[in-house]
Design a protein around this ligand. Structure first.
Ligand code: BV8
Length: 243
């Protein structure tokens, strides 16, 4: 059933869709209390530009600062819960024959909400890996050093996220490209579409003839298929869409 928030054409497209692909960004976690990348980070980190901290060069220049930035974000993520938008995508996944959830977020909230088929294009800040060997390190001795040392090679540990200038995990991105190219219906939810190559997935879906729906706070409303632009909060719109 359509509502004032969701165009009836999009409700129909979702009902008929065989394959749905979804790209999410920081905006879908905003209502859980996690600042988006583009918002000035609050408090201690407000003076840093994320794009300057989220790089291998920043880590090599000041590993302690970068490690502590991620430790701060990890603690924040541990304190918050998935929101109604994350939960609505779990409901959608249960009713669509094939749904691929591609996220740029590193907060793990889609998995905590219960989404099963999640592709993490930019890693996950709950995981840690060796800076030299790139192996994921499940646990390490807390010697008080910041960043902690790799138990295998003694080098520094780093968050298991993709920094600017680093390649995306090839398997995840290949699957994301395949899902975007083959879907009937593509959602871009809570992303400014600035960061590549993630942003290219929305363009690919459109080029391949999918119906595309953008859900964001900074889009002009549009409901002319095959492109829908829905202005508003993901936590309000998505539950309406899947009800
Ligand atoms: C790559 C993990 C190949 C870390 C992230 C020069 C040299 C090298 C590369 C480049 C270069 N120039 C450009 C590039 C490409 C670069 C890039 O895209 N740069 C940008 C700045 C232009 N990309 C890369 O480097 C990628 N790798 O290209 O490899 C390569 C390799 C070597 C050399 C050349 C090429 C790697 C990119 C991954 C970076 N890592 N995250 C961490 O998190 O710390 S990206 C990070 O920023 C996030 O993961 C996310 O992807 C991105 C933030 O974007 P959004 O999620 O969209 O968030 P944003 O705040 O921007 O927007 C939020 C939106 O939500 C807003 O529109 C808002 O209106 C909306 N919103 C808010 N609230 C709500 C809402 N909507 C709905 N409801 C709400 N309630």
């Amino acid at each position: 059933m359509s509502s004032a928030l969701v165009p009836s054409g999009l409700v129909d497209a979702l009902r008929k869709a065989r394959r749905v692909a979804i790209l999410t960004g920081a905006g879908i976690s905003a209502e859980s209390g996690i600042p988006t990348f583009r918002d000035a980070l609050t408090g201690l980190w407000a003076r840093f530009n994320p794009e300057e901290l989220a790089t291998p060069e920043a880590f090599q220049r000041d590993p302690k600062l970068v490690w502590e930035w991620y430790a701060h974000r990890r603690e924040l993520v541990e304190r918050v819960e998935p929101n109604a938008a994350h939960r609505a995508l779990v409901t959608m996944e249960q009713h669509v024959p094939k749904l691929t959830l591609i996220t740029q977020n590193v907060d793990g909230l889609h998995q905590r909400a219960g989404s099963q088929n999640v592709l993490e294009l930019h890693g996950n800040l709950a995981r840690v890996r060796c800076f030299h060997e790139n192996t994921v390190i499940p646990s390490w001795e807390d010697t008080g050093e910041v960043p902690p040392r790799c138990p295998d090679c003694g080098g520094p540990l780093r968050p298991d996220v993709v920094w600017f200038g680093e390649n995306l995990p090839a398997d995840a991105f290949e699957k994301a490209v395949e899902a975007a190219a083959q879907c009937d219906l593509f959602f871009s939810i809570g992303t400014s579409g600035v960061v590549e190559p993630a942003a290219s997935l929305t363009r690919l879906a459109r080029q391949m003839g999918a119906t595309v729906a953008l859900i964001n706070l900074d889009v002009e409303p549009r409901d002319v298929p095959p492109l829908y632009q829905i202005h508003g909060k993901a936590g309000t719109i998505l539950p309406e869409l899947v009800q």
